[in-house]
Design a protein around this ligand. Structure first.
Ligand SMILES: [Ca+2]
Length: 437
């Protein structure tokens, strides 16, 4: 519609012209102008003025806007970085605490577990050792059971034989075994003898040699079956068992030994027989053996050592402990002692310490009533008091060696050596010179 365009253009031009004319002449103040900025000048800006103003400052504003845009981008980047940091911190904040206490507990638990494991390992080792010991014990017991079964079978076979309920005692009698042999007895075994001063006869084992020489045996050790730790009365009366085959252990009794050994002017020879655990044998013979009366506490005396491979332990022995060893371990002239009757030369009680009755000095070099130690060798640890308490004869074997078999027996001097014994002609001559016959 052309008319309208034309009329409108004219109208707009009129307004702009009017306004321009009007504003150019109107001083700007707070009452008549809405924009007060000195950069518009001192007059109210016209449309063109605004346009000019905008054109004038547009470049600066654009620069400022770009600057602000740059700052915004920088802030945005830093914000993003900060957000990431904050997120990380939040994540860290939600993780489990790793405080020292938090570390300590697992460490402690770990140590405890290690301790437990170590303890279990020790327990396992200990148990294995115990099992091994029990296994060894089981093996030993099994062997013992086998041995016992063998012994039982042997005993059963013996039991099938008719039992002998009586002991065969030979009919000959005399004042000692030699007199019995002099009457014709030639069988070793049990006989009744009655020494001159004895009030009644008593049983002894007589060892009679084919030559007719006869020993009266008063002590026998052979298997440890009899305890020789006895009191005074028991040693006086005798203990153990006499057997016709001489296969039992016994002590005849001090009173009986006294009665036999002192009954005649003919002296007796004492023979000590030893056997070690290897089967080696030896003897020690003493002339003019006598046992005193009970009043003299059955004192041991002899004239001298006749000889024998076992050596003269009754004369004492130098053990190397002290220069006085030999003097204080000799036996000739010593009284008999038991744990309940101390007649020794020691401040203490030798018989009590060594568990025997013997002619104790301080204390001994020969000790044939000592404790029976199987296999011979023993030690301080085996002895209840730590002293050498075995069946010892120190001139033949160490004091820490205990004999397997021992016997003590006497024979009148005039029959000594007749059976091919270790009696030398010189010794016999000596006796004759001393008037012992
Ligand atoms: Ca004493």
């Amino acid at each position: 519609m052309p008319r309208l365009y034309h009329r409108g253009v004219l109208f707009l031009q009129s307004i702009l012209l009017f306004s321009s004319t009007y504003c150019q002449n109107l001083m700007a103040n707070t009452d008549n102008c809405c924009i007060l900025d000195e950069r518009f000048g001192e007059y109210c800006p016209t449309t063109c003025g605004v346009s000019d103003f905008l054109n004038t400052y547009y470049t600066d504003v654009d620069t400022d806007l770009q600057y602000f845009e740059g700052l915004l981008n920088q802030i945005k980047n830093e914000t993003t970085t900060t957000t990431v940091i904050v997120t990380d911190m939040q994540l860290l904040g939600t993780k489990p605490q790793t405080s020292p206490q938090g570390i300590k507990d697992p460490t402690q638990k770990s140590r405890t577990m290690l301790d437990e494991i170590t303890r279990y390992e020790r327990t396992v080792t200990d148990n294995e050792r115990i099992i091994q010991e029990l296994q060894d014990m089981l093996n030993t017991n099994t062997q013992k059971i086998v041995q016992l079964k063998q012994k039982i079978s042997v005993l059963e076979s013996q039991c099938q034989q008719p039992c002998k309920d009586t002991v065969q005692i030979q009919e000959y009698t005399g004042k000692d075994c030699q007199e019995i042999a002099n009457k014709g007895a030639r069988t070793s075994g049990l006989y009744y003898i009655k020494p001159l001063k004895a009030k009644q006869q008593f049983l002894v084992y007589c060892e009679i040699e084919p030559s007719g020489s006869a020993w009266t045996v008063f002590q026998r050790r052979l298997d440890g079956s009899v305890d020789f730790n006895k009191n005074w009365v028991q040693y006086k009366e005798g203990f153990g068992y006499l057997s016709p085959t001489d296969t039992t252990e016994f002590w005849l009794g001090n009173e009986k030994i006294h009665l036999v050994s002192t009954q005649s002017t003919i002296p007796y020879v004492l023979r000590i027989e030893l056997e070690d655990w290897s089967g080696h044998k030896s003897t020690a013979d003493y002339s003019t053996f006598r046992l005193g009366s009970e009043k003299d506490n059955y004192r041991l005396t002899y004239a001298y050592f006749l000889g024998g491979d076992a050596g003269d332990a009754f004369d004492g022995f130098d053990f190397g402990d002290d220069p006085s060893d030999k003097f204080y371990t000799s036996h000739n002239g010593m009284q008999f002692s038991t744990y309940d009757k101390d007649n020794d030369r020691y401040d203490g009680n030798c018989a009590e310490q060594d568990g025997s009755g013997w002619w104790m000095n301080r204390c001994h070099a020969g000790h044939l009533n000592g404790k029976y130690y199987t296999d011979g060798t023993y030690s301080e640890a085996d002895s209840p008091t730590g002293y050498d308490n075995g069946i010892m004869w120190s001139t033949w074997r160490s004091r820490w060696y205990s004999m397997k078999k021992v016997s003590m027996k006497i024979i009148p001097l005039n029959r000594y050596g007749d059976g091919g014994q270790q009696f030398s002609k010189d010794a016999k001559v000596n006796f004759q010179r001393r008037g012992d016959y």
